[in-house]
Design a protein around this ligand. Structure first.
Ligand code: ATP
Length: 314
């Protein structure tokens, strides 16, 4: 086939703990990723020449080499020169539905879709593990976006342990349209405030990973215990981000008032999400929060957990 349309899922973090600092400058993390049914559509087509082109109408998404989808195609070109010589370049069209710089891995999931799509178009037959190794070169969230579903991630976020699928939860997402947060800024702010609590020695780190693998959140996922999952939602970034953006704390309080299973910021923010057990409850929570905070800049979405990251679109 000369073209593929792929659906690239956003992620939320059900749990995110910043554990320490690494010698490569990144942070040691423990996080539980969850794919949600908020997707960008990525169309990939052989360009008929040796160019890589990205088209995206969204004003905040670059169409040049800085687009993560472009970088994914360039990586495939470098890694598989024979396939590139045989098939040529790729045109990539991104229909952006995932809010940008929102803590939902929008760029990362686009890059993951390009890796999966080029593997199909160039008929490379890469394994999931091979795709994830390539993905890790593009960013810490990209390997999870290739895999999708529910997973515990450690180290920079690229060391993944799949967890049982959660298919029984609905999500209400809320984000102020005019508010974006840069992930590097969030890490820097966290480091300035809390680096004295970082774990640095190898022995303490190993003990920490062991604890994380049997943590209450991980144990609540296997039996799909939605009440516990809601109660155990956690994100260390809130401590760094909320003091700078008090409107996010108010948004979280509005979700709490709406009696949800739990509510938390996703990734480095600024999206706040809440969990419910049914789509009807999610719709009701959306309306309640919309009324409580009558700001026209506040956007809300109802969606659900899904077991896949990248899938071929219908
Ligand atoms: P993460 O949760 O992985 O930290 P995010 O959801 O917070 O990511 P993105 O939506 O990926 O953030 O956007 C971060 C920055 O990346 C934006 O400033 C945007 O301009 C740039 N960017 C590059 N490529 C893309 C892409 N394909 N889609 C969205 N943003 C992109």
């Amino acid at each position: 086939m000369h073209s593929y349309s792929l659906a690239a899922a956003a992620k939320i973090n059900l749990y995110l703990e910043i554990i320490g600092s690494r010698s490569d400058g990144y942070h040691e993390l423990a996080t539980v990723f969850q794919s949600i049914d908020l997707v960008d559509k990525i169309d990939l087509r052989l360009s008929g020449n040796d160019s890589i082109c990205v088209h995206c109408d969204h004003p905040q998404v670059p169409s040049d080499r800085t687009n993560l989808a472009y970088r994914a195609a360039e990586l495939m070109k470098t890694e598989f020169p024979d396939a590139f010589a045989k098939y040529g370049g790729i045109n990539i069209t991104i229909d952006k539905q995932i809010p940008v710089a929102a803590g939902l891995a929008g760029g990362s999931t686009n890059a993951a879709a390009v890796l999966v799509g080029i593997d199909l178009i160039w008929q490379l037959g890469l394994t999931q593990a091979e795709l994830q190794t390539l993905a890790a070169q593009l960013g810490s969230d990209v390997p999870f976006c290739v895999m999708g579903g529910t997973a515990l991630a450690t180290e920079r976020g690229e060391n993944l342990s799949p967890l049982p699928d959660l298919d029984n939860l609905y999500v209400v997402l809320a984000k102020y349209r005019n508010l974006t947060i840069s992930t590097p800024w969030a890490y820097q702010t966290y480091r300035e405030k809390y680096s004295d609590c970082y774990i640095t020695d190898a022995q303490s780190l190993a003990a920490c990973w062991e604890k994380v693998h049997s943590s209450p959140m991980v144990r609540a996922i296997a039996p799909k215990d939605s009440t516990q999952i809601g109660k155990l939602l956690h994100n260390d970034f809130e401590r760094a981000v909320f003091p700078e953006y008090p409107q996010l704390m108010q948004l979280k309080a509005a979700f709490e008032q709406a009696r949800v299973l739990g509510t938390i910021m996703s990734g480095s923010g600024p999206t706040i999400f809440a969990l419910t057990e049914t789509p009807e409850q999610a719709q009701l929570v959306k309306e309640t929060v919309k009324q409580a905070i009558s700001d026209p800049e506040l956007e809300l979405w109802v969606t659900k957990f899904i077991p896949t990251g990248i899938r071929i679109a219908k």
